[in-house]
Design a binder for this molecule. Structure first.
Ligand SMILES: *[C@@H]1O[C@H](CO)[C@@H](O)[C@H](O)[C@H]1NC(C)=O
Ligand SMILES: *[C@@H]1O[C@H](CO)[C@@H](O)[C@H](O)[C@H]1NC(C)=O
Length: 356
């Protein structure tokens, strides 16, 4: 994933849960509460890491994670017809020797046509060093069983300019695909980027920078995006400067992703890390997840925060997976009042959470 610098930071910016009034308040149609409660236990998706999931048009859910077997990395696709309680493996997208083929960070997404895309990082390496970086897309026209190559929206030669953690969404026009990802400019500087496609992901525009352009010693990474309402979006990402602790930040867009600003701190535990965030809108309540070592011990736990005001303020912290858990994803369930927190907690797992 990212190179984690754990040098102590002298000035810890304890900005968590700080209310910042914004002049451009976004009207939010709220249909559910802001208080999260775990519902049932952890449900296994499969043996692997970095779980992500999205609904298909038939009301079932497609999930993806990276499995490891016999020295290979395997992008694995699973399916649930009961809102994430049980999962069945339906296919594999790509497989390669882990030592030379770093395939990971899968994100599944269905187009209005019914075609399913899987976007992922697809790097070459030798002797532990990266020789080439790619974001690759494969597609399936049979609900995830068979997969074929579609495109490589971003690539860079190694070893500096890594491209990581892709995320797809469809713009409000219903046809423009947006690809969000992180790109390293140097070991100390990483930016959040976005490209668009109007032909179903076959060809892509050049990248625009949505966060990090103003600083060359700031590592913004692992972003996710949610719609607040209409053309108002919020993107969430981790950041660190000068090898310090990671904290979670957001930027917003009022033009459906074309331009971004209003950078704010979402969560910055003093002296600890909060990183690898994702975000989703659950019936008008925003939910952010991240992993943190703030409880001490050796590993990180997955926690969530909620916001009832479009991301201006955050609270109601809840642990959804205890340590050690990593690389959390989020999926709003179709009752618009509950969601799945996904994580690698001794394998890819889903935990339902309800809001009231
Ligand atoms: C699709 O996958 C199934 C199951 O692995 C296999 O039997 C079939 O031959 C594949 N079809 C194509 C067109 O590759
Ligand atoms: C959930 O929200 C989506 C998007 O606004 C809407 O299409 C759907 O009808 C909602 N479902 C329920 C059960 O309210």
């Amino acid at each position: 994933m990212v190179a984690h610098g754990f040098l102590a930071r002298l000035t810890a910016a304890a900005l968590c849960l700080l209310a910042i009034p914004i002049s451009t308040a976004v009207p939010i149609e709220k249909r559910t509460g802001v208080v999260p409660t775990l519902s049932g236990g952890e449900n296994a998706m499969g043996g692997g890491t970095y779980p992500r999931a999205n609904y298909l048009s038939d009301g079932s859910i497609i999930g993806a994670y990276t499995a490891f077997s016999n020295g290979d990395s395997i992008l694995t696709v699973v399916h649930s017809t009961d809102n994430g309680v049980t999962w069945n493996q339906v296919g594999t997208v790509a497989r390669g020797a882990t030592a030379t083929t770093d395939i990971d960070n899968p994100y599944p997404f269905q187009l209005p046509s019914g075609r399913i895309l899987l976007v992922f990082r697809n790097h070459d390496r030798s002797n532990g060093g990266y020789t080439f970086f790619r974001i690759t897309i494969c597609y399936s026209d049979d609900n995830g069983v068979n997969w074929s190559y579609l495109s490589t929206p971003a690539s860079d030669p190694g070893p500096i300019n890594g491209n990581w953690e892709p995320f797809l969404r469809l713009a409000e026009d219903g046809k423009t695909l947006q690809l969000y990802y992180s790109r390293e400019n140097s070991a100390a500087d990483q930016d959040s980027l976005m490209r668009t496609s109007t032909d179903g992901g076959a060809s892509w525009t050049s990248a625009t920078v949505i966060s990090g352009a103003d600083s060359n010693n700031q590592r913004d990474g692992m972003l996710g995006v949610a719609q607040i309402s209409g053309s108002n979006l919020i993107a969430i990402f981790e950041s660190e400067t000068n090898g310090g602790k990671f904290s979670v930040h957001s930027v917003t867009s009022s033009d459906d992703g074309k331009t971004w600003g209003n950078r704010k701190t979402v969560y910055a535990p003093s002296g600890f890390n909060a990183q690898a965030p994702q975000i989703t809108n659950v019936g008008g309540t925003l939910v952010a997840s991240f992993q943190t070592d703030e409880d001490g011990g050796s590993g990180e736990a997955i926690k969530i925060l909620t916001s009832g005001d479009g991301g201006a303020t955050w609270g109601n912290k809840l642990t959804t997976f205890p340590a050690t858990s990593n690389w959390a994803g989020l999926l709003t369930l179709n009752d618009n009042a509950s969601f799945l927190s996904l994580a690698d907690h001794s394998g890819a797992k889903a935990q339902k959470v309800t809001l009231s």
